[in-house]
Design a protein. Structure first.
Length: 310
């Protein structure tokens, strides 16, 4: 790997909220990544717990920088990461429950240097705790799409994302606090980036592992997540339209598309039941749930996924 192509400095940011055990596992791995990525780099933790509970974990690693963002919501934490990054070329986001694989960080930087993209997104693989429900496995609810390295993608999540911070700041982009507790602020942000002329490319060699805990490996959870995806897509689509006429058109299109998904999904699930196909039963319900979220979002319903518990 030609590390000389990876000029510029980078901050690797992980946002955390009351998951100290997971954060303690991740920080040594991130320090290892920045130590051998071939570019000046540091690790930043943004603690979104109003009580600042992650400080004791970070204090055990003097090379890790800690900032406290008490405003609730992931959008506020992401914006704080951008502000705290300072005058660096790149800002990388990784979730506090993920595990980087191999030369994850170096691969993100190398793809950025080779493509000149405004953002680089890597693959998030999944691991499971315990035996997965065959219904969930058949529905492929935790299977994420992959692309060839260098392929352009229309949007991205921030669980494995490198941003060209200078470009982002030049465009005046911020994470929208209206999506802070609902999810979707990363979808909104990256869709805005692309709409402003930015380019997001895929890096298939930059892999992180996302473990699925037991409380998420349930039929109820995956269907609610599909609903949230549809709801978030509808809400970001409406927010990107500024004029009332354009929003009305988008609202009608979203409702129509959502209804089609509901009908097609229920039909697929019914056919799966009749034909004893677990795959079609599960995938059909997932499609219907996403369509329902789109219809709900088109008519103003906001699904709050990240409710804060006292």
């Amino acid at each position: 790997m030609d590390v000389t192509t990876m000029a510029g400095s980078v901050v690797v940011a992980t946002l955390t909220y009351r998951r100290n055990e997971l954060l303690a596992d991740l920080l040594p791995q991130l320090l290892d990544q920045v130590g051998r990525c071939g570019a000046p780099a540091e690790v930043l933790v943004v603690d979104n717990d109003p009580a600042g509970g992650a400080r004791e974990v970070v204090d055990k690693h003097p090379a890790v920088r800690y900032v406290h963002e008490p405003t609730p919501g992931i959008a506020a934490a992401r914006n704080r990461a951008m502000d705290a990054a300072g005058d660096v070329e790149g800002l990388v986001f990784i979730d506090d429950d993920e595990k980087p694989v191999g030369d994850w960080l170096a691969q993100l930087l190398l793809t950025k240097a080779r493509t000149g993209a405004d953002a680089v997104v890597g693959w998030v693989d999944t691991s499971y705790v315990g035996t997965l429900d065959p219904w969930i496995e058949a529905g492929e609810f935790f299977v994420r799409r992959r692309h060839p390295t260098g392929a352009t993608v229309p949007m991205a999540a921030t669980n494995n994302l490198l941003l060209d911070l200078a470009r982002v700041r030049a465009l005046g982009l911020r994470f929208d606090p209206d999506f802070g507790l609902t999810g979707g602020s990363d979808t909104m942000f990256t869709r805005q980036l692309v709409r402003a002329g930015g380019r997001i490319v895929w890096c298939d060699e930059a892999v992180v592992i996302d473990p699925v805990p037991v409380d998420r490996a349930t039929r109820r959870w995956v269907l609610r997540r599909r609903f949230r995806f549809g709801n978030g897509w509808a809400r970001t689509s409406l927010a990107l339209e500024r004029g009332s006429t354009g929003r009305a058109r988008v609202r009608c299109r979203l409702a129509a598309d959502g209804l089609v998904r509901i009908a097609a999904g229920l039909a697929e699930s019914a056919a799966g039941s009749a034909g004893r196909s677990l795959r079609h039963r599960a995938k059909g319900l997932g499609r219907a749930a996403r369509g329902l979220g789109m219809v709900a979002g088109a008519f103003g319903h906001v699904y709050t996924e990240y409710d804060r518990k006292p």
